[in-house]
Design a protein around this ligand. Structure first.
Ligand code: GRF
Length: 205
């Protein structure tokens, strides 16, 4: 399956997907890395990795989200993309875009949805006093961070010592394992295991 990875920033989840797709038995290949920001650090990495890269800046479109999405869709179609992975793509999506990719688009979110949709998830988890936090791979629907859950990884919260940054780092390490594992399981069906790496004490389901 030909996938596109959509990013807005550093692209560490993008890297983990690129690495997974490099394995010959992985059921996806990266046809395009696209960003709404020309200066996204992840674009440099993707370009150096020899991948097709496109920036489609949203600024020229002002408040007209759908026109920007039409330009994104044109790039995706041109690259022959069949499936879209959002990886830190910081744009609210309109129903035009979510309908275009219904059933063919997933996202990774840094919380155990349905808890803490939106931004600043790690601060909010600490404020709420939860003892378990984590990340979610979910299908993308019109409601932000509301689509059906595909897979989650849970990590402990250490309330006495954790800061938003230390918690974010613990979650991010799991994001990098979860995203490729969830994509693999989604694309090759229930027969596909989600391999839990040895010595990983996170819960991956
Ligand atoms: C990740 O925490 C992801 O869950 C969220 O945005 C962040 C992107 O980080 N959606 P990166 O660009 O993949 O490093």
């Amino acid at each position: 399956i030909r996938i596109a990875i959509l990013i807005s920033g550093r692209g560490s989840n993008m890297r983990s997907l690129i690495a997974a797709c490099a394995a010959s038995d992985f059921p996806a290949s990266v046809s395009l890395v696209l960003s709404n920001r020309e200066d996204a650090a992840g674009l440099i990495y993707a370009r150096e990795a020899g991948l097709e890269v496109r920036a489609v800046p949203h600024r020229p479109y002002g408040k007209d989200r759908e026109s920007h999405e039409r330009a994104v869709n044109a790039a995706l179609t041109e690259a022959g993309v069949e499936f879209v992975c959002l990886a830190g793509y910081m744009r609210l999506l309109t129903p035009y875009f979510t309908d275009s990719w219904a059933g063919q688009m997933i996202n990774i979110h840094p919380s155990l949805l349905p808890l803490f949709p939106g931004t600043h998830t790690h601060e909010r988890a600490l404020e709420a006093g939860v003892r378990v936090h984590g990340c979610t791979v979910h299908r993308v629907t019109a409601g932000m961070d509301e689509g059906p859950i595909i897979a989650q990884a849970a990590v402990p919260v250490f309330p006495d010592t954790d800061t938003p940054d230390s918690l974010a780092a613990r979650v991010l390490a799991q994001e990098h394992l979860l995203y490729p594992a969830a994509l693999r399981r989604l694309l090759c069906g229930p027969a596909c295991e989600m391999p839990v790496p040895e010595k990983n004490d996170a819960l991956l389901v």
